[in-house]
Unconditional design. Sequence first.
Length: 244
Amino acid sequence: MDISEQQPEEPPETRIGGSHVGGHVKVEDSGTFVGRDQFVGLNVEELVVALRRAFPAGDTRPEQLGQLLDEFRAYHSKLHEWKELHNYLNKIIDAFDQYAAQVDNSYAEKKPRKPSAYQEAWWPVNWKVNEMLAWAQTLQHIGQSYRVLENDQLEGEGWAVDLKAKRDDLLDHFQSGLAFERREGSAVLQRLLQGDPAREWLDRLYNLTREFEGAIKQHMSQADNQLRETAAELYHLSRQALRS
């Protein structure tokens, strides 16, 4: 069984602070806009058919309107997925900061703790990574959906593949530490934690933690840039449509 699945049941989520973009809004393929407080249905195809009947034969305005509404729908679908990616990454960062504080304190003091203590602190991060990867499998509008192929090769967008790989590097390192912890037993573990092997294990943990942190912040920055660019493109499309 994948170690990423061997973890306690996640407690109910409690979030304080952080940045969460938007509310529960999505755009269905039919052109139906669903919001938290309202429901507005619009079938573009039916609208175009009705306009063709109302306009003179050969008038291209119904098709032009249909194309414009399709562009709006596409931009809103992209905005929704970029917004969701931002929110998933932000939840990972919130959980990661609490885990990283424990690693940073041990590293600064050069006092390793039991490997199982670091792994326990990591589990909330792991839950959030798993949530993001599960959502990435449903991706439709901002890139290739994520999946694991039969040969264990990963397929999908760079942020999903990269974070999965770096997460797995940390999980593998935890396993090496747990093996050391089980082998030595609690009677002599405290003394051994002051030795070179334990400090080398902590050094490696610190480096892997920093690599994960750098990746998650880079992907968050890229997602936010794409979110802003897509919103700007939608704004310009709206301005052009209103002027015409």
